[in-house]
Design a protein around this ligand. Structure first.
Ligand code: CAP
Ligand code: MG
Length: 430
């Protein structure tokens, strides 16, 4: 087993162009720490279980090296030659591939990746970023707002578009398809684009505000491009895609398409919790967020802390920092993170969604600031007075937060907010 130890060098100083991975690891019984970290570095670069008669010095030179251990954390440096620039699938096949199945590990988690400039610059990054989206939506001093017409699937196209119109005229900026609404027989994609475009035009005329739609193009790749083109034909500036279920290759194809179509991408992360949730095994949401920024989504769901889905405050704040900052490396967090310089890659808009209602909005703004997108589904369509009131109540809760007035006070002369508070108060749905 000595060949694994060739992938451990605690005196190694990473080169400027090395890609660094931070892993949490738990060796299986009778596997020493050095054996374990050697195996991770070997199996994720160019080693295997046996010495090789075919190994030559020029191949050995580009092996990965485990160079720093702190408790159950190890940093591994990978020479850039091991990677294909501009390819997320190949990166993950290396540093998030076979190693998770090694019998020599009881647990393994890829916590963070630090990309060198050469690698960062081989990606487009977000096309618009926070400033670009706020500019085309003409929204400046408040969060963007979105709503998923609920029930999440089952409404006919007409019902969906009518609920969408009510939300838009009530003050919501964006409609958002739910992650599992695509092209079902009761609500065909093409019909939904056309009818919602009509409703958007009507709502824009009535409100004087820009309205848009995170329409879910998730599908086989060629069909996804067709759907994105159709959304463009109907003047929607955004599209939405389920990045995990679609896969990174498809997402890179879509991002190349949107460079020409000038469409922003709303990234839904459904399925991420299959590998991000277990603190001891899998791939962190931080890694998924960094890959999404490199690849070039404009919006990314990062959690709410106080809503119905998991995500600690420390994790959500660290995610927000990582998708927004440019080059300052340090950010005080209890999570293990590496320093990342983003060079010319634009920031991504954090999306806070999942179990939110107007009673929780001020806490979200206090925690995450105003440069975010807040999505309320049940928190709007569950309002006893209906969708339009629910949307008005959302905008009222944002106004109160921005003005620094308590919701209780503000609801005294804002009846829609009062109805929402009477129903949910500051309840935290689980
Ligand atoms: C929220 C939501 C979103 C979740 C995704 C849902 O609806 O539409 O998919 O926010 O989770 O289906 O639950 P509600 P995350 O507003 O009705 O809760 O944002 O953590 O990726
Ligand atoms: Mg959803």
């Amino acid at each position: 087993m000595s060949q694994y130890l060739d992938f451990v060098d605690l005196n190694y100083k990473p080169a400027k162009d090395d890609l660094i991975c931070l892993f949490y690891f738990e060796p299986a019984k009778d596997i020493s720490v050095k054996e374990a970290i050697g195996r991770i570095a070997a199996e994720s670069s160019n080693g295997t279980w046996s010495e090789l008669t075919t190994l030559k010095e020029h191949i050995r030179k580009i092996r990965a090296r485990a160079f720093e251990i702190k408790g159950n954390y190890v940093k591994i440096a990978y020479p850039m030659e091991l990677f294909e620039l501009g390819s997320i699938p190949q990166l993950l096949s290396a540093v998030a591939g076979n190693i998770f199945g090694m019998k020599a590990m009881n647990n393994l988690r890829l916590f963070d990746i630090a990309f060198p400039g050469k690698y960062v610059k081989s990606f487009k990054g977000p096309q618009f970023g926070i400033e670009g989206v706020k500019k085309f939506m003409k929204i400046y001093n408040r969060p963007l707002t979105a709503t998923v017409p609920k029930p999440k699937v089952g409404m006919t196209t007409k019902e969906h578009a009518e609920v969408g119109y009510e939300a838009w005229v009530g003050g919501v900026d964006f409609l958002k398809d739910d992650e599992n609404l695509t092209n079902q027989n009761f609500n065909r994609f093409d019909a939904r684009v056309k009818l919602c475009a009509k409703m958007r035009d009507k709502a824009e005329k009535e409100t004087g505000e820009k309205k848009d739609y995170f329409i879910n193009v998730t599908a086989e790749t060629n069909e996804m491009l067709r759907r994105a083109k159709l959304a463009k034909d109907y003047d929607f500036k955004y599209i939405m895609v389920d990045i995990v279920t679609c896969g990174f290759a498809a997402l890179q194809t879509l991002r190349n398409f949107t460079q020409d179509s000038k469409q922003a991408i709303h990234a839904h992360r459904a399925m991420h919790a299959t590998f991000t949730r277990n603190p001891k095994h899998g791939v962190s949401m931080l890694v998924l967020a960094k890959l999404s920024r490199l690849l070039g989504v404009d919006n990314l769901h990062i959690g709410t802390v106080i809503g119905k889905l998991v995500g600690t405050k420390d994790e959500v704040l660290m995610l927000e920092h990582e998708i927004e900052h440019q080059s300052e490396p340090d950010f005080k967090t209890n999570q293990n993170v590496l320093c990342q310089n983003w060079y010319n890659i634009k920031p991504v808009i954090p999306v806070s969604s999942g179990g939110l209602h107007p009673g929780l909005v001020p806490q979200i703004i206090k925690m995450l600031g105003k440069d975010i997108c807040i999505q309320l589904g049940g928190g709007i369509h569950g309002n006893p007075n209906g969708t339009r009131s629910g949307a008005i109540a959302l905008r009222q809760s944002i106004d109160a937060a921005i003005k620094g007035i308590s919701l209780k006070e503000y609801s005294k002369n804002h009846k829609e907010l009062k109805v929402a508070l009477d129903k949910w108060g500051s309840e935290r749905p689980v």
